[in-house]
Design a binder for this molecule. Structure first.
Ligand SMILES: Nc1nc2c(ncn2[C@@H]2O[C@H](COP(=O)(O)OP(=O)(O)OP(=O)(O)O)[C@@H](O)[C@H]2O)c(=O)[nH]1
Ligand SMILES: [Mg+2]
Length: 504
């Protein structure tokens, strides 16, 4: 990319809108626009242009004799370095006709502008020091944001919240490096530098800081891509009915045939500012059918990947069957890291007595099942017994042994279920200071930095010399610097900005 070429692109969405914005950036942007723009019927002299002021006028084609009018527009000039890209820039707001947009671009290109590559405006902003790389990526996140939480995190990152944290981390590592260098200086004089406690202290502080950032990726990623909620249960319990009811559309096929859903179906839905990714799964049952088997394996995989698991039981089935279905699901859930919500569906078809007694009956059922196997398990209800059927101890089981009764066909019940999901979502309070890692590139760089720091720590335990430790420390600094773009290769830049839209 030449530093001197002037680029142009339509910066508003493709298609026909009420208005469209065409953006130019580069040294020639003012004179180029002034060739094709008339204000009050007159060409403007570049000396008369006041930046940051919107001029109303006309874009025309200067070549034909009749100098046809293309559109009435508003033109704003931005003087370097006070523009998004840090270069002279112009924005032309024209009417949204695709013909007008193309015609204006054509007039600009004929006068020497080049059509911008994807993300080139933001790339120039980064190169000219207007944004660091993490902030430029926040621009893309902000544009793509679909819910309040995602939006807030992108705004914080754009304002430099994340970059600030990284600067702090950097300065911690720089402090560490200077301590090590001190040791290096001394070692030339052959002085034993025995006390490394200060080094340990700084290192542990940096490791803790970095750990906090890498840990936040799980939530950051969930907020960006939707918090995964798996709907699981035996066949015909009403999982697809429930998915459709949550989404408010007929997304999945519903039928009374067992094994209707054979593959997972995922759809996002926003509840109270947070986006969830609801996953309808193939019903769990014994089957010899190959495709269905693969579907059921996927169900178990989805259970393990979900943050929230909705176990959907069929209340019209005998207790024994409900119990088996329940324990099968529970044994695949990690109640320490996952939220398990147990719902008994088809309330409308259940009799009230069953509903009232299900919790107690469950315990009784466990006890009687246990008594049948008493020989095997000793004289009282053991954790070992509970563990053998559910993978949890008795205490954990009792703590989650509450069922909610719903009818997936009843909109009020489904609304309650949605509110319950929202309540059970452990998101941090997201405000103007929240910093969460949402970008996989950042997460990877932080993870590498953490590994390098752990290597430093191990090196210290092994009493390695300062120059060897310094090498790992430099690696950690390198990885942190790669996030904000202090050290970045051309390929990485092209890869990042190439994913932006044209005009961004
Ligand atoms: N009475 C009653 N029937 C329901 C309810 N929810 C679902 N059903 C019925 O249960 C049957 C199965 O519903 P689906 O939603 O296809 O069940 P599924 O769990 O997705 O089944 P598979 O895809 O086979 O695993 C259908 O006939 C639904 O109409 C409910 O709340 N009450
Ligand atoms: Mg289904």
């Amino acid at each position: 990319m030449s530093k001197y070429d002037t680029i142009c692109a339509v910066s508003t969405a493709q298609g026909t809108g009420a208005i469209a914005v065409i953006r130019l950036s580069g040294k020639e942007s003012f004179p180029t626009v002034l060739h094709i723009f008339k204000r009050k019927g007159e060409l403007m002299d570049i000396k008369d242009v006041e930046p940051y002021k919107a001029y109303y006028g006309e874009i025309f084609d200067p070549i034909p004799d009749d100098k046809p009018l293309i559109d009435e527009v508003l033109v704003t000039f931005f003087k370097a370095p006070h523009s998004y890209t840090g270069e002279d820039s112009v924005e032309i707001s024209c009417h949204g006709s695709e013909y007008v947009q193309q015609k204006v671009l054509e007039l600009l290109v004929v006068r020497g502008c080049r059509l911008a590559e994807p993300g080139e405006f933001s790339k120039r902003a980064y190169i000219n020091g207007k944004l660091d790389l993490a902030q430029a990526e926040a621009v893309a996140d902000l544009i793509a944001s679909q819910n309040a939480a995602e939006h807030q995190i992108a705004v914080n990152q754009l304002k430099g919240g994340f970059s600030g944290e990284l600067q702090e981390l950097r300065s911690q590592l720089v402090d560490l490096t200077s301590l090590l260098e001190l040791e290096l200086d001394f070692s030339e004089e052959d002085v034993e530098f025995a006390d490394r406690s200060k080094l340990y202290e700084l290192l542990d502080k940096a490791l803790k800081h970095i750990g906090k950032l890498t840990d936040s990726f799980h939530m950051g990623n969930a907020i960006k891509n939707g918090i995964p909620v798996a709907i699981v249960g035996e066949t015909n319990t009403g999982k697809s009915t429930l998915l459709n009811a949550i989404l408010g559309e007929d997304r999945a096929i519903v039928s009374d045939i067992d094994g209707t859903t054979r593959d997972t179906i995922e759809e996002t839905f926003t509840i109270d500012g947070l986006t969830y990714r609801f996953i309808d799964t193939a019903g769990i049952r014994q089957t010899s059918e190959t495709i269905e088997k693969i579907g059921i394996e996927r169900t178990f995989k989805k259970i393990s990947e979900a943050d929230i698991v909705i176990a959907l039981l069929d209340g019209t089935k005998p207790l024994k069957q409900i119990f088996k279905a329940w324990s099968n699901i529970v044994s695949h859930v990690n109640v320490l890291t996952q939220e398990l919500l147990v719902y008994v569906n088809k309330k409308d078809a259940m009799d009230a007595g069953t509903m009232f007694s299900l919790n107690d009956d469950f315990i009784d059922y466990m006890k009687s099942d246990y008594e049948k196997n008493i020989e095997k398990h000793g004289g009282y209800m053991t954790d070992e017994y509970c563990y053998s059927i559910t993978g949890m101890d008795l205490y954990d089981i009792l703590s989650i042994l509450t069922f909610s009764y719903i009818s997936a066909k009843n909109p009020e019940d489904v609304d309650d279920l949605k509110s319950n999901i929202r309540r059970k979502t452990n998101t941090p309070k997201i405000d103007g200071n929240t910093v969460l890692v949402t970008n996989i590139r950042h997460f990877e760089a932080l993870t590498h930095a953490k590994e390098s720091l752990e290597a430093v720590r191990k090196g210290m335990d092994d009493k390695l010399s300062a120059d060897l430790l310094a090498e790992d420390l430099r690696q950690a600094l390198y990885h942190i610097g790669s996030i904000t773009g202090e050290v970045t290769s051309r390929d990485v830049l092209n890869n990042i900005f190439g994913r932006f839209c044209i005009g961004k």
